[in-house]
Design a protein around this ligand. Structure first.
Ligand code: HEM
Length: 130
């Protein structure tokens, strides 16, 4: 079947649902969601939809500080390079399975960019600990 681009909230909900099925099935990363942050899945997915809608479709529905939230998470339980590799590979795989087009490409690029900045900020926290 021909893949189409990410164009609306429904597409993004499908993307984050498929992505979280992969994340939550992998024990090397799922504990951060289930045991550390103790997410409520449906509510969490709605927030993720707001986030990606704001990035890809310019809705402005996500207003929080995603970076600060992950630095806080890292202080509860370390986010390691292997977590970022796993997170990004599942994200990219989910986009590629479902969609193709400029917004699909933008989703992959922004995820990679944000993950890179997160890792740099985490490394900066480590410097302060010395
Ligand atoms: C090592 C990689 C990552 C892990 C393990 C991870 C884990 C988590 C967890 C456990 C939460 C729930 C936090 C809470 O509700 O207290 C969360 C929230 C979130 N994550 Fe990540 N994350 C990672 C990378 C990323 C990246 C790269 C992005 C963006 C491209 C991202 C976007 C979000 C968003 C939008 C939320 C919702 C924040 C909110 O409630 O306002 N995450 N993440």
């Amino acid at each position: 079947m021909m893949k189409t681009d990410i164009t609306n909230r429904h597409d993004i909900h499908l993307l984050v649902s498929v992505f979280y099925q992969k994340l939550l099935a992998d024990e090397s990363i799922s504990y951060l969601f289930t045991d550390v942050a103790k997410i409520k899945l449906e509510e969490h997915l709605d927030v993720l939809v707001d986030f990606w809608e704001t990035i890809l479709l310019n809705t402005g529905s996500y207003q929080k500080n995603v970076m600060a939230l992950h630095l806080k998470l890292h202080q509860q339980s370390p986010l390691q390079p292997h977590h970022f590799k796993t997170w990004l590979s599942f994200f990219h795989a989910s986009v590629n399975e479902l969609f193709d087009g400029p917004n699909a490409e933008m989703a992959r690029q922004r995820a990679t960019g944000i993950a890179t900045v997160m890792q740099i900020k985490i490394a900066e926290l480590k410097k302060d600990e010395i």
